[in-house]
Design a protein around this ligand. Structure first.
Ligand SMILES: C[S@@+](CC[C@H](N)C(=O)[O-])C[C@H]1O[C@@H](n2cnc3c(N)ncnc32)[C@H](O)[C@@H]1O
Ligand code: SF4
Length: 385
């Protein structure tokens, strides 16, 4: 069984924020004083040059600027990076290019320039439209600023917008979570990401949990009710937290979940690449701290580590991703992406089907509603002993 080269994406990490939110464990750093935008773009391109030999001749299908707060970077820097990247790599015609945007950084005139630079999708970190919730989350914007930012982007011609919302927020009721969705729908986004707030280790919220976080049953009720509201508004759920109007799924994230390939450029970025000639899958990650990354970009010292994924670990990694998708996966895709015969996971598939966690039909494997509730247990079946 041979590994087949899957579609390639490019992830670009921009690590600064105006202020660190108390619930956030992303690699994001409060930017103090003037940020080194120019030097960071140079470092990104040097970092890309280091990784290019791993992807010679391949086409990039999607680009995602994630953070941190990518919209802190003025458009000319995004433009310079994209010009540099497209002179080094072939971009597919119409490649999806997403930029994460914090509504607190929206400025008049910026969105036109992001579009001119080639960005064709924006992902707004809205979190909630309730000003009390936004304050308790330590956000730098209020609900009105969030709405105006989205409208500014639409006026600039962006029609492919995602809104990130979180639920089960401190002091949030089911009615409040529903109202957040209604206000989101009024803005007519193409996509909504709906995340349950989690208390991540090493965050301010983990050290001092805020009062009034809904208990598990209430959170479950909120989720079920919101799922129904999203469905009624035409947003099909295609992943644990992702909902889209028809044809507006995020191609970049879908490529991750189908165990596709991606280059990871920038501080702390992770990449995963299939090396056809060696029949290997390589994971590579970069130094996390922006200062260390800036100091070493373009040299092997910028790489935090390289790891080849042993065949015995691939089924677990594959399931960790593919079982997030409502559509599940085809057994032929499992074989192409892992280089392993589907027969090798037959016993685990049968166990999971016996528990009512998976449905297997004509070569496709889909998680059931129950399976999606117990994803961790399902995926654990595929861990090599
Ligand atoms: C890297 S952030 C990008 C958006 C941008 N930095 C912002 O916050 O405006 C991606 C999204 O992850 C979600 N998120 C971050 N921390 C979370 C947590 N602890 N629990 C649930 N969702 C979280 C938020 O919805 C956030 O918008
Ligand atoms: S703005 Fe986004 S990335 Fe930055 S700290 Fe807040 S949630 Fe994290």
């Amino acid at each position: 069984m041979a590994l087949t080269t899957p579609p390639l994406s490019l992830y670009v990490h921009l690590p600064w924020c105006v202020r660190k939110c108390p619930y956030c464990d992303f690699n994001s750093h409060e930017g103090r004083g003037a940020l080194p935008f120019d030097a960071y773009v140079d470092a990104l391109l040097a970092d890309l040059d280091q990784d290019l030999p791993l992807v010679w001749g391949r086409t990039v299908h999607t680009v995602f600027f994630g953070g941190g707060t990518p919209s802190l970077f003025p458009p000319e820097f995004i433009d310079r990076f994209l010009q540099g990247a497209s002179s080094r790599l072939r971009f597919a015609p119409g490649a999806e290019i997403t930029l994460e945007t914090n509504p607190g950084t929206a400025e008049h005139g910026r969105f036109e320039l992001y579009r001119a630079a080639g960005v064709n999708r924006l992902s707004f970190g809205i979190q909630s439209f309730d000003d009390g919730c936004l304050q308790r989350l330590g956000r730098i914007h209020d609900s009105q600023e969030a709405e105006s930012a989205v409208k500014l982007a639409q006026d600039a011609g962006f029609d492919n917008l995602n809104l990130d919302l979180m639920y089960a927020l401190p002091q949030q009721t089911l009615a409040m979570a529903a109202r957040d969705l209604e206000r989101a729908f009024a803005l007519q986004p193409a996509h909504v990401s709906h995340y349950q707030l989690t208390l991540e280790p090493n965050t301010v919220f983990a050290a001092r949990p805020p009062g009034g976080i809904p208990d598990e049953d209430t959170s479950w009720d909120i989720q079920e009710h919101c799922q129904a509201l999203l469905a009624d508004a035409g947003f099909g759920q295609y992943e644990v937290s992702a909902y889209a109007q028809p044809g507006r799924q995020c191609a970049h994230n879908v490529n991750y979940w189908r165990y596709g390939d991606y280059l990871g450029i920038g501080a702390g970025a992770h990449g995963k690449l299939t090396l056809g000639s060696e029949q290997a899958i390589l994971r590579r990650w970069k130094h996390k701290h922006p200062t260390t990354f800036l100091a070493h970009a373009g040299t092997p010292l910028a790489t935090g580590g390289d790891e080849r994924i042993e065949p015995s670990r691939r089924p677990f990694e594959y399931m960790l991703n593919a079982l997030r998708l409502v559509e599940g996966f085809g057994l032929a895709d499992f074989e192409a992406r892992t280089g392993l015969p589907a027969m090798s996971i037959e016993p685990q598939l049968q166990t999971a089907a016996g528990q009512g966690w998976l449905e297997i039909h004509e070569g496709r494997v889909r998680p059931t509603e129950l399976g999606r509730r117990f994803t961790n247990d399902v995926v654990a079946l595929f861990l090599a002993e």
